[in-house]
Design a protein around this ligand. Structure first.
Ligand SMILES: NC(=O)c1ccc[n+]([C@@H]2O[C@H](COP(=O)([O-])OP(=O)(O)OC[C@H]3O[C@@H](n4cnc5c(N)ncnc54)[C@H](OP(=O)(O)O)[C@@H]3O)[C@@H](O)[C@H]2O)c1
Length: 267
């Protein structure tokens, strides 16, 4: 498969790494363009892929064009690339908030897949929600599925409305969990645990809890109740979290991120 990447940042690189690791493309089949020349040199050195400072160069001859620039750079990119796409080419956008319609109109091409990956994609442990315009063919959908599958799990949704919702939950979600981990490490140090041990305990706890939920298939509430005996230490901690409004706070965070995703996309 021949691919062009417009934007070789964190997510672009994660996708290239996954694609190469799965053997979906050879390094010479991937061309990346970015405004940052140093970034291009680093990517070329690390992965042996082709690079170009000109985003138009990669488009010609590529089956899939991955758009991986920040939402604020999309407006400048559109006039640069508008009308440069041939029938049969697939645009795969991972830009948060950018609607299929905006991409299709702005770039003058109707075959668009819109995806929302997340940063664990860097280690093949991401979760991606994606959808496709009606012009995307079955074989292009399969191509998109294999690319996104190289990042971890992928979930196809027939309705684009779920993309902004996923942005607020799984797209931004790793940062929420990192913040929780950071706060737990600080708290552990505050009661006297050495820093290294605090970090190890928190990481092990988050990993173990997530895997337990995954492997048992049980609802987190059930798992929480199993370890919360009345009057015990966990009950004491949980009471403080509830008293401090953890649920309302998380709901507020997700709603705010969702509103922002819609705002970025002009909805
Ligand atoms: N990070 C996440 O967790 C995450 C999750 C899901 C989706 N996304 C989406 O993925 C996209 C990329 O995110 P990222 O974290 O990889 O961002 P990033 O690290 O900033 O990468 C974007 C790259 O594109 C370059 N660029 C800017 N304008 C360009 C242009 N006109 N042509 C070519 N390259 C250009 C940027 O260069 P400069 O830095 O010099 O501007 C930067 O190297 C965003 O739209 C974001 O919404 C991110």
């Amino acid at each position: 498969m021949k691919l062009a990447f417009i934007g070789g940042g964190v997510m672009g690189e994660a996708m290239m790494r996954g694609i190469l690791a799965k053997g979906l493309a050879m390094p010479q089949d991937i061309i990346v363009s970015d405004v940052d020349q140093e970034r291009l040199s680093a990517l070329s050195q690390c992965y042996g892929i082709r690079t170009s400072a000109n985003s138009r160069q990669g488009v010609e001859g590529s089956e899939v064009i991955v758009i991986a620039v920040k939402p604020q750079n999309l407006a400048e990119l559109m006039p640069e690339l508008e009308g440069r796409f041939a029938p049969g080419q697939l645009l795969l956008s991972i830009i948060a908030g950018a609607a299929i319609d905006t991409i299709a109109k702005g770039l003058g091409h109707d075959s668009v897949v819109r995806a929302m990956p997340n940063t664990p994609a860097q280690i093949g442990e991401g979760i991606t929600v994606w959808t496709a315009s009606s012009e995307v063919s079955q074989s292009q959908k399969e191509m998109a599925r294999s690319i996104l599958g190289a990042l971890g799990r992928e979930i196809y949704v027939p309705d684009e409305k779920y993309l902004d919702m996923a942005t607020a939950v799984s797209g931004s979600g790793p940062a929420y969990i990192f913040l929780v981990m950071e706060a737990l490490i600080d708290a552990a140090e505050r009661i006297g645990l050495p820093r290294e041990m605090a970090e190890e305990l928190v990481l092990g706890t988050v990993l173990g809890a997530a895997r337990l939920a995954q492997e048992t298939g049980r609802h987190p509430m059930e798992l929480r109740e199993m370890v919360t005996s009345p009057g015990g230490t966990t009950a004491e901690g949980i009471f403080k979290l509830e008293e401090g409004g953890l649920r309302a706070l998380l709901a507020g965070a997700v709603i705010a991120a969702y509103e922002k995703a819609k705002e970025v996309g002009g909805k």
